[in-house]
Design a protein around this ligand. Structure first.
Ligand SMILES: Nc1ncnc2c1ncn2[C@@H]1O[C@H](COP(=O)(O)OP(=O)(O)OP(=O)(O)O)[C@@H](O)[C@H]1O
Length: 338
């Protein structure tokens, strides 16, 4: 069952070239009990999609079309004011990029938790603190000490974990983590992801983890969604996608990740650069200029994200078997390999 259903979501930013979509007609389900990893290079629209789930795209950006149905909440796109503030941090827990730097330096963690509780009109603040302490304990910290601490008394890894405590303390059903381990060393990264998996399982959450690091996510996610140029180009069960990537971009991303290929020498950097809002192709496939498999149709028509192989989806004109076998077809009429 899906806890979150994103349908035809288009999010635009105002640029010098006019309003341009950072997310274009994206559809994605977050299922109860599953961790979905959302990967893609910088600028592919991952953070914009995450902000949209909270209807928190900063102006002059805006959700131009689509819906985001959250079970028990309704369409988040239509929520405003108080309703929206209640859902953010309530049903929808989130930890955004660099959240370890977003704690208030002048208040203890406990006081900030109380502020959070009051802003969500929590009646039993004592129970809220007890729950926060319990979460902190289970994340390998001394809960009492952490609640009495100021942010400067805590390490980066601890602050990151506290971000997750804040995201969960109001009993969220959906957890959205944007680059939760960026800026942490490898050991702390693994520890934080471990904790996320445990808390996710215990509370049967629907979790979305956004990262540019497909290697890190491959160890904890159940499903993988891949974004490029504002589009979701492929998704499906994690192991299936990793073993048999059916979109040339997914295949290239995996090929560039030594942690997955297991061979540092064989890992090939992805040639070319990802597009930004102003350079992304307006017609045809957004990946075609970097795609070794591109055919003439890729320059003419944008491929639809279509169901393939049961539980998977892909947006590509080239046959899956061709991508899987790794034999690029005819050279593209327009564009071509970078
Ligand atoms: N406030 C803004 N105004 C204009 N363009 C923006 C704004 N925020 C993001 N963009 C553009 O939207 C596109 C998607 O950005 P987004 O941050 O969602 O991508 P991302 O995949 O999360 O990248 P990263 O991993 O670097 O955070 C990029 O081209 C970015 O330059």
């Amino acid at each position: 069952m899906s806890e979150v259903r994103v349908r035809d979501l288009t999010v635009e930013y105002q640029t010098s070239a006019g309003r341009l979509p950072a997310v274009a007609a994206a559809s994605l389900d977050l299922r109860a009990g599953e961790i979905t990893g959302l990967v893609g290079e910088s600028g592919s629209g991952k953070s914009t999609l995450a902000l949209s789930l909270l209807n928190a795209v900063p102006a002059p950006g805006r959700i131009a079309a689509g819906s985001i149905e959250v079970a028990g909440v309704g369409d988040v796109v239509r929520l405003t004011g108080k309703q929206l503030r209640k859902v953010r941090g309530g049903e929808l827990g989130y930890v955004f990029q660099a959240s370890q730097n977003s704690l208030n330096p002048l208040k203890t963690i406990g006081k900030q938790l109380l502020d959070l509780g009051r802003s969500h009109e929590v009646a039993d603040l004592r129970a809220l603190l007890a729950r926060a302490k319990d979460l902190a304990d289970r994340m390998g910290m001394d809960g009492d000490r952490v609640l009495d601490s100021y942010q400067h008394e805590l390490s980066g890894g601890m602050r990151q974990r506290i971000g997750i405590v804040f995201a969960l303390v109001l009993n969220a059903k959906v957890l959205i983590l944007d680059e939760p381990t960026t800026a942490l060393d490898m050991l702390s990264q693994a520890a934080v992801l471990d904790i996320v998996r445990t808390v996710h399982d215990e509370n049967r959450l629907s979790t979305l983890i956004i990262t540019h690091d497909i290697g890190a996510i491959s160890e904890i996610a159940d499903r993988l969604a891949v974004m490029y140029g504002g589009r979701i180009v492929e998704d499906g069960p994690l192991l299936d996608v990793l073993r048999r990537p059916s979109h040339p971009y997914t295949k290239a991303l995996i090929g560039a990740t030594a942690r997955i290929t297991g061979d540092v020498d064989a890992a090939r950097a992805l040639p070319g650069r990802p597009p930004d809002l102003t350079t992304v192709a307006r017609v045809g496939c957004v990946f075609r200029d970097r795609c070794p498999f591109a055919v003439a149709a890729c320059a003419e028509t944008e491929p639809e994200l279509a169901v393939w192989d049961g539980d998977r989806r892909r947006a590509c004109h080239v046959e899956p078997s061709t991508v899987l076998s790794g034999t690029p077809g005819a050279p593209a009429a327009v564009g071509g390999p970078a």
